[in-house]
Design a protein around this ligand. Structure first.
Ligand SMILES: [Zn+2]
Length: 386
């Protein structure tokens, strides 16, 4: 049993760094558009949006990569992980343009999007990410807070941030191409995935932001699944997301267990819709429901704003690592540079749960808020206020 618990914790830690639960390429990906399969592309599927904007996907790796060819240089969105894939992707990009690769934009810090950052930095590229990427293990050069704009000569690229799938999600909009890359806030082959950042409100919020940026002709690029989608697809996805969240909340509110919810007909219909018509294992469906419930209906108590602010500060562990708790937007955020960032929600005046972490992780404070113990799923780590 202990073994199983440790294994689960390890798997969860891995999932924090990648969205590999969004499926591998083996069972997915049959783009409906006229993508090219060409020997010169060395195992890549390619979709052209215009003469200067393409989406590439390695046949054995399920991340859609954007390639933009500017007047003088090339920009990539989400070059994926895997040392063997780096050279192959570079080769495929060079088939499209011999101009230098000057920029890499990450839609978020998960490794299946940012894993090739070091490789391209070495080649001279500047990595652009949201500033919360500091609290991940992804490499970054330039960060921004709310929005950022990049002039590529023949195109203006607008970046917009929201907390949704993670704390560092970025929408990447190519203005002249009228194409919007949405990262993992929109996937065509998996369940809505909003456990690490903004919950369902963040998920729907970033979709609304995308819809406000786009118009009826905007090309939408999901990070996983189909290479190209339309605004209509995104609107439908939003509707399905709302139905999914509401149904889980409703059944959970009626006292049903996640196992019972996983047997619900409506839930199973939506599961098929999210997973390209494929039936997922009940265990996997149930785990997704469990995570949704843990994010949406965490049994938190209400603490006055003034008291919540008293938890903020720097806390140092025995090994010297310093973590920070900040009060932001009426929430407490627990973060560690180079490691992690979570919202923490109060279960009692001294015990806080890390939101979106299932099975649960906790911070337990002393009554004077001078120290806490962090249960990270494996071990208890004590830290004292600096
Ligand atoms: Zn992700």
């Amino acid at each position: 049993m202990t073994h199983l618990k440790i294994l689960t914790a390890t798997v969860l830690t891995l999932l924090l760094n990648s969205c590999s639960d969004a499926k591998t390429n083996k069972e997915a990906d049959t783009p409906v558009q006229t993508e090219q399969k060409d020997d010169a592309l060395q195992g890549f599927i390619q979709q052209k949006i215009s003469d200067n904007l393409y989406v590439l996907k390695f046949q054995n790796y399920n991340t859609n990569v954007g390639v933009f060819i500017g007047t003088e240089s090339v920009l990539l969105v989400d070059p994926m992980i895997g040392p063997n894939n780096h050279q192959l992707l570079l080769k495929a990009v060079k088939q499209l343009s011999s101009k230098p690769i000057k920029y890499v934009i990450n839609t978020h810090s998960h490794m299946d999007h940012s894993g090739a950052n070091a490789f391209y930095k070495e080649l001279g590229a500047t990595i652009i990410s949201h500033e919360n990427a500091k609290y991940s293990n992804a490499l970054y050069d330039v960060t921004f807070n709310d929005s950022y704009s990049l002039d590529m000569g023949n195109e203006t690229i607008m970046l917009r941030h929201s907390i949704a799938h993670t704390f560092d999600d970025v929408l990447v909009y190519f203005k002249n191409n009228n194409a919007l890359f949405m990262g993992d806030t929109y996937m065509t082959n998996s369940f809505p995935h909003f456990y690490y950042g903004g919950g369902s409100a963040g998920h729907l919020g970033i979709i609304d932001k995308a819809l406000a940026i786009g118009n009826s002709n905007t090309t939408i690029v999901a990070a996983h699944g189909k290479l190209l989608s339309s605004i209509k697809d995104l609107v439908t996805y939003r509707e399905h997301s709302v139905n999914w969240i509401n149904r889980i909340n409703q059944l959970h509110g009626e006292g049903k267990t996640s196992e019972e919810i996983a047997d619900d007909e409506k839930i199973n219909q939506l599961s098929l819709v999210f997973n390209e018509g494929k039936r997922v294992a009940k265990q996997s469906l149930q785990r997704t429901i469990d995570k949704t419930i843990s994010v949406e209906t965490a049994p938190q108590i209400s603490i006055p704003e003034k008291t919540l602010k008293d938890y903020a500060g720097l806390y140092q562990y025995e090994n010297g690592q310093v973590d920070e708790i900040i009060y932001h937007d009426q929430k407490l955020i627990f973060r560690s540079e180079g490691n992690y960032i979570f919202e923490i929600v109060p279960l009692t005046a001294t015990k806080f749960q890390l939101k979106g972490q299932f099975p649960n992780k906790y911070l337990t404070f002393d009554s004077g808020r001078q120290q806490f113990t962090f249960f990270n799923g494996d071990e208890y780590l004590a830290a004292i206020r600096k």
